[in-house]
Design a protein around this ligand. Structure first.
Ligand code: ADP
Ligand code: MG
Length: 269
């Protein structure tokens, strides 16, 4: 087992792309497990009412379970809703339940509606004695108030890009939205990391997309590319990351490598 350099301060990522099915949740879960495997303490915040990250991390998230909904809407303490994932000992999760589906509407009339997650997370991080090295926030595929809460709570954005047709479609809109957030709500926010996912090396298209993304974002794109892999797609149904499900599989190795790159690059200035 390798160990990686730990960040001096908690690095908070929001994993975002307003397209669905591009590998956001898969990246959150497996990157988190990979970072935890290499010695970091990692918190996943599931901010998608679907609760797919919660499922994949094997944590309880039936309707009524204390969840991120209670934190954002009912002022619950984050410490009271955090669960430890059975996947790894240093991997924690704030689960999402279906209750969160209503939060988008409930938030509209609330005070400081864009800052609610940021404040709760700040309090949690200030109070937890052992500290947290990485926070990864899984976003729903839309730019509503939940996603805005994630952008305000984070300092880094990680954008997964699927190596397929239309990969770059919507990307300029996403970047525009991020710079609006940076300007008006969170001056610290930066797109630090782009991860190419679901890469099928047999197709020319995948190579073309990867090349094009690297040309546009030479500094942000990780060297590591996540391959399309059956093991990656199977793992969630066992409530496991691919790191636990099949540690020697190419999918697991690629997420471990991506985690190492992120740790070694360190936080952006
Ligand atoms: P999002 O959160 O962006 O909607 P998901 O992470 O849920 O996307 O991924 C969408 C689907 O693609 C899921 O069924 C997931 O298991 C599958 N998937 C994601 N990454 C890979 C991969 N590298 N190889 C194979 N299947 C993948
Ligand atoms: Mg998802």
């Amino acid at each position: 087992e390798t160990t990686l350099p730990l960040p001096a301060r908690t690095r908070i990522f929001t994993i975002s792309n307003q397209k669905g099915g591009v590998g956001k949740t898969t990246t959150v879960v497996n990157l988190a497990a990979a970072l935890a495997r290499s010695g970091a303490r990692v918190l996943v915040i599931d901010l998608d009412p679907q609760g797919n990250a919660s499922t994949a991390l094997g944590v309880e998230h039936r309707e009524g379970t204390a969840s991120v909904y209670d934190v954002i809407v009912n002022d619950a303490e984050m410490a009271d809703v955090v669960q430890t994932s059975p996947d790894q000992s240093e991997l924690f999760c704030v689960p999402a339940t279906i209750d969160l589906a209503g939060a988008e509407i409930e938030l509209v009339s609330m005070v400081a509606r864009e800052q609610r997650l940021a404040r709760a997370l700040r309090t949690y991080l200030d109070e937890i004695p052992e500290g947290i090295d990485y926070v990864l926030i899984d976003c729903p595929p839309s730019l509503g108030l939940l996603t805005i809460n994630a952008f305000v709570a984070a300092s880094e954005v990680l954008i997964p890009i699927q190596c397929e047709y239309y990969a770059l479609e919507g990307l300029s809109q996403l970047l525009k939205n991020i710079s609006l957030i940076e300007k008006h709500l969170n001056p610290k926010l930066q797109v630090s990391t782009i991860l190419l996912t679901m890469f099928d090396s047999r197709t020319n298209l995948a190579h073309q997309v990867a090349e094009e993304v690297r040309e546009h974002f030479p500094k942000q794109v990780l060297e590591t590319i996540i391959p399309r892999s059956v093991r990656i797609s199977e793992a969630p149904s066992y409530g496991q990351s691919v790191i636990s499900y099949d540690a020697a599989s190419p999918g697991a190795l690629s997420y471990l490598e991506a985690a190492a790159e992120i740790a070694k690059r360190g936080a952006p200035r």
